[in-house]
Design a protein around this ligand. Structure first.
Ligand SMILES: [Zn+2]
Ligand SMILES: [Zn+2]
Length: 239
């Protein structure tokens, strides 16, 4: 079955909690903005995130972004991190920036190290890396965040050997409204559990045929999970 092409951006709002998915195309880029009251979070800042944030927000709101959530280190999810960090420095951000990422996600650690090395002593704001090790819930700006492990494998070199990527999904709850974002994932019980009864589930359907694997979900797998939520978006569909 061929998916209908998703037209981005996708937006969803309930009361003063909203999400805008600027883009979610496998191997190209993802970029997501969450607004919760006056707070702004960025999720999976892929390439193009600066352009999209600047179209959407005033500079003062961009400077107030408090938290970045990274589901995993694939380039289509972190490709915009360097430019985001640099832009915030150039624009003289003062408030701290928290970056939440799964334990073992070397991309974030090394981008951060390189950034510190290049701009040492000349960064206007604090970058606080929050490695997620135990998947415990935490709160930022009155939003409850529950990370959960997902199944997302990748090929090693050109062999038929795969390895699990450090990868998470996130469930965001604000004033009892729940948004569940699975990141990149195969069908897995943790995702089934967290997506169920969410106000919005954002589910990748990144697998390009209907044979299940351990990297991405098929369209029917993603739909079956989506139907357990009040509303859902299918994203990361190959174009
Ligand atoms: Zn991806
Ligand atoms: Zn991925």
């Amino acid at each position: 079955m061929l998916a209908k092409k998703t037209i981005y951006p996708l937006t969803w709002t309930k009361e003063n909690f909203s999400i805008k998915i600027f883009c979610s195309i496998p191997n190209i880029a993802t970029g997501i903005l969450i607004r919760a009251g006056n707070a702004h979070f960025v999720v999976d800042p892929g390439d193009g995130i600066l352009r999209d944030l600047n179209k959407e927000l005033k500079i003062s709101d961009i400077l107030n972004i408090s938290d970045v959530f990274v589901t995993h280190g694939h380039h289509d999810h972190v490709g915009g991190v360097w430019s985001l960090l640099t832009y915030l420095r150039v624009m003289n951000k003062k408030s701290p920036l928290y970056i939440h990422y799964p334990k073992g996600c070397l991309e974030i650690v090394h981008i951060h190290n390189a950034f510190n090395k290049v701009y040492s002593n000349n960064i206007s704001y604090k970058i606080i890396l929050k490695e997620i090790t135990d998947n415990k819930s935490f709160t930022s700006k009155k939003v409850l965040i529950k990370p959960f492990p997902v199944v997302h494998k990748e090929y090693m070199g050109d062999h038929n050997v795969t390895r699990q990527v450090p990868a998470l999904g996130f469930k965001f709850t604000f004033n009892e409204i729940k948004i569940c974002y699975g990141g990149d994932t195969a069908y897995c019980e943790e995702l089934v559990r967290h997506a169920s009864k969410s106000d919005l589930a954002i589910l990748e359907a990144g697998h390009d045929d209907e044979t299940a694997d351990e990297m991405h979900m098929t369209l029917s797998e993603a739909k079956s999970i989506g139907e357990s939520a009040k509303e859902y978006f299918l994203v990361h569909v190959p174009e």
